[in-house]
Write a protein of this length. Sequence first.
Lengths: 127, 202
Amino acid sequence: MSSLAGQWNYFLVIALMMIGFYAVIARGNMVKKMVGLTIFQTSVFMLYISMGKVANGTAPILTGEAQTLYANPLPHVLILTAIVVGVATTAVGYALIIRVYESYGTIEDDDLIKMIEAEENAEARDA
Amino acid sequence: MSGFLVNASLISLLTLIAILALRLHRLFAVVMLSGAFSLVAATLFVVLDAVDVAFTEAAVGAGISSILALATLSLVPAEEKPHSIAFVPAFLALATAAMLAIAVTDLPAFGDVNAPIHNHVAPEFIKGSADDIGIPNVVTSVLASYRGYDTLGETVVIFTAAIAVLLVLGGFTRPHHPKNKSPKSQSRITKRRKNGEGKNAG
């Protein structure tokens, strides 16, 4: 039990992560999917940052005193990079959504699948 | 113990925001909630001693992401079709949560000083930052010097993403800007597609 109590932060973050995951795979609206992806992504960042935390430590900015405990700077650096890369991929996702809407007039998954199937059936009839 | 209370209440607030964002159908509200989610996450990062991550999350996650989402919403419908609970995805999410929970029990305890992650290269980064590079902020010295190639790769990814966005949206050479397109002409395009006029493209 004591080992479980030591990991409470990770369990809470996992719950959060799964809300984002559900939004990505269950919702048909593409903007909603992107928001779910952002939530998922930020929760993963929280998991990493939690690992870098040191109890009674401080932010990794040198104080000049020898005995200060610092949080681990390495996850912070990796996540800084990941946040910026995440926004870049999000931008591409939104651009694709706009493009899909221009071509098909909808951003709902199921409507889109119906339209593509109807198009394919029409092509098969013509051929 | 106070650390537990602060973290748990912040994560509960995040959970509340995430559930609301999942349930609301007006996409403008959903995008705003996603911005709020990023801001509360930034607060959590400050509590977890990651100040550099916190201000990047606040500026990039809450700022730029929201702007991108709002720009998209100005071009696409801002209302979601109502959906009922999807059982297969819900089951998948629960199963993944169970697997992750089992995996997490193998991790060292939260905040443990003796965890392997704190005894590998991190002490050398902290020691070397003052001697080798001479800046007090260790995150900056790791980002720009010890792991400078990561940052170079990040820049390449952003550049690629910018090119991809320009190509997908047609850049400066797009024949018809969607802003000038009235709903009437939009429906005409859709109708034309339905009639199979677009098939010579494929």
